[in-house]
Write a protein that binds this ligand. Sequence first.
Ligand code: PMP
Length: 427
Amino acid sequence: MATYAELSKEELQQKKEQLTKLYKEWQGKGLTLNMARGKPSAEQLDLSIGLLNNIVEEMDVVREEKNIDLRNYGGLEGINGARELLATMLEVEPEDILIYGNSSLNMMFDTVSRAWVKGILGNTPWGKLDKVKFLCPTPGYDRHFAICEYFGIEMIPVEMHEDGPDMDVIEKLVSEDESIKGIFCVPKFSNPQGIVYSDEVVRRFANLNPKAKDFRIFWDNAYCVHYLYDEIKILNIIEETRKTGKEDMVFEFCSTSKVSFAGAGISGMAASEANRKDALASMTVQTIGHDKVNQLRHAIFFERGKKVAEHMKKHAELLRPRFEIVINALEKNLGGKGIGTWGNPKGGYFITFESMEGCATRIVQLAKECGVVMTGAGAPFPYHKDPHDSVIRIAPSYPSREELREAAEIFTICVRLASVEKLLGEI
Ligand code: PMP
């Protein structure tokens, strides 16, 4: 089979006509489909409905355990059962964990905010410095970049490789530039590429020698237990930094947003004792305590962590076919045509598609006009600037399988059409 680049102008014109006809047929159906955001489907949310069961009897148990009434104020660092649950997910000790509200993103934002206003461990508040920069493995999670933009933190893109970000660049930059204060990393099933950091990459992170004393790795382990197939282990950054004596360099985040309820789970941070104390000093001003009743519901439902693996297998059963629908459509309709490549992630929430250079914006626009909402082209890049206009994030979790089949079919038509337009010099 010839690739599109090998076709003559006449053949391309002919293809364009066929594809336009197909596109218009789909457009005529007036569908409204969405492959934009990584939200769990209603079926997935139903898996945790047991959380909402009556917990009156267990209230007594946990009240005694900490000598506090969970309905009342207090317990800023979180109840034991919730700390055990997140400790199991992150493979750390419960004492390493501080529990927050429902959103780890909120905790990341607040962590930057505290550094901005108060400074980390006695260092100059970032907000008082002329310049603060973060390294941003790219493509990455758009909301990490949004936090940087909000605070006016300059973002320096760092290329992603198959086993994690370019560590040569990271090591060099952090050791030379004191204004580089942080890096956002999603070490397991990265958003959007589904990349898993190798042992070597994790070790190199644990061995960084940053010029800034208050440089911090924001280790966002959002997909730590989110396997589609078999379990995949990565090295534990908290353990590795303990070995190198650099445990203060890491804040590790996670939540149950894609374990229980995306809008009503619990989140937390694993960090060194010094970092936890530093955070608590500000948290105690921010709040008298997070929702301990929800923490209890989670502790009970997941048996303080013991039930997580089994529960995540049920998520995988719902997610796996959805990922496979998209991958199969890409294979079937785009394979061998030389107009795009895509990842085949083993976990997480996203598939990344890479089009021919200069086509992503057009593909997303064509999809939208045909009833399929995709994440905006450029979103996975700092300042929304994809230098090659080629990366598109596909989120297969939310639509039903039937909807997804249609959405994936339409998407591949849009890719083919935009590629033909590109080869004809029209875009
Ligand atoms: N981090 C990453 C990498 C994510 O993909 C997401 C959700 N899309 C979040 C954090 C948000 O997590 P939470 O719901 O705990 O705020």
